[in-house]
Design a protein around this ligand. Structure first.
Ligand SMILES: [Zn+2]
Ligand SMILES: [Zn+2]
Length: 354
């Protein structure tokens, strides 16, 4: 106990060493009342025998400052305890942040995928009939991915709050207003670039077998397949936004918009029908944007159309396979419905989707 109260800089000649040297409590020169464990009530952990007013007197007293070994031993023990306590508290806080982030990502996935699956039930009754085992698998992989996504996001969120990490800013006025939409575009372009090249790499035979086959197990994909990734693929997806926030300044609201676009596009690209107006995927704009019609073709062909938001990289690298359609997927759904006996319900408009 005495040792723990002798914390102080070793460079400071006024570290309290009296108790360490076995001095009697009555020896305290300031005459301040000592507590039962030898500390001086209300006093700092050091200078307990000579506060700032009587440092000079203390120096004059000619106390010996002990040997270096005693000093090191006395000071290191409490330093270690304090360090352990601090580190444990910090790790717990980071763990809590990652859990919260995983929860947010998981709940966000369930809500958005659930909403678009419900929309599918209305717009295309029976489209997911007979896919119950696949959808269970998609949800399982997606929730596992949510846990992985929460780890870098939680660490960075903790660092942002506690250590001032990242270039996220909360005051929109910190940068010119025109920068807000530009920053969103920069994030989407950077994310798209990362996705294109990692996705293309995952279509090399070894990487596909090891990681990406999980995502292509969805035949055809559904709104629940948005995050159905093998952990290796989930890691490649999870690190990019937490890395970008260190590089590209972004307002917190704009970051939320980027995450919302990411989530909605991830879900709608897999849902088996086109939710966006035709001009977004079939006109001049559609020549550069990616929606379900484009990504469906990737799942049909297993190659080409590797992009996420934009067709830029696919067109530049000659991997663009054009916009697909859903004829095959919908025909397969009709066959499944007949097979599972859901044809009557589907024809009646009440197709029981999973
Ligand atoms: Zn793929
Ligand atoms: Zn996909």
């Amino acid at each position: 106990m005495v040792a723990t109260e002798a914390i102080g800089s070793l460079d400071d000649p006024h570290v309290e060493l009296g108790p360490l040297l076995g001095e009697r409590q009555g020896d305290q020169p300031t005459g301040k009342p000592a507590t039962d464990d030898g500390d001086v009530a209300g006093e700092s952990l050091w200078h307990s025998h000579c506060d700032s007013r009587n440092v000079a007197r203390c120096k004059r007293s000619g106390r010996s400052w002990n040997t270096p070994q005693t000093l090191a031993g006395a000071a290191n023990l409490p330093d270690l305890r304090g360090w352990l306590r601090y580190t444990a508290g910090m790790l717990l806080a980071i763990l809590a942040a990652t859990l919260v982030m995983s929860l947010i990502v998981g709940v966000r996935y369930l809500i958005v995928s659930g909403a678009f699956a419900a929309a599918t039930r209305v717009k295309h009754p029976g489209l997911y009939d007979g896919l119950t085992p696949q959808i269970r698998r998609e949800i399982g992989w997606s929730l596992a991915s949510a846990v992985i996504y929460g780890v870098p996001a939680g660490v960075v969120a903790w660092g942002w709050q506690n250590l001032g990490w990242t270039r996220i800013y909360t005051d929109l006025q910190s940068y010119p207003l025109w920068y807000a939409p530009v920053s969103v575009l920069l994030y989407l372009i950077a994310h798209d670039t990362w996705f294109y090249w990692t996705h293309r790499w995952m279509h090399t035979p070894r990487a596909f077998k090891l990681a990406h086959a999980v995502h292509h197990d969805s035949r055809p994909p559904t709104a629940w397949a948005a995050m159905a990734f093998h952990p290796i693929e989930a890691i490649t997806g999870a690190v990019i936004i937490p890395l970008l926030v260190f590089l590209i300044p972004i307002n917190i609201g704009c970051l939320g918009l980027v995450l919302a676009i990411m989530t909605v596009m991830g879900v709608t690209n897999h849902m088996g029908w086109e939710v966006f107006p035709r001009f977004m995927w079939n006109g001049p704009l559609g020549a550069w944007l990616i929606t379900a019609s484009h990504h469906q073709r990737h799942h049909d062909l297993y190659r080409g159309n590797y992009g996420l938001y934009f067709r830029f990289w696919d067109r530049l690298c000659g991997t663009d396979k054009g916009v697909g359609d859903f004829v095959k997927a919908h025909a397969q759904a009709r066959v499944r419905r007949r097979r599972v006996g859901g044809g009557v319900a589907g024809a009646a408009g009440g197709g029981g989707n999973e």
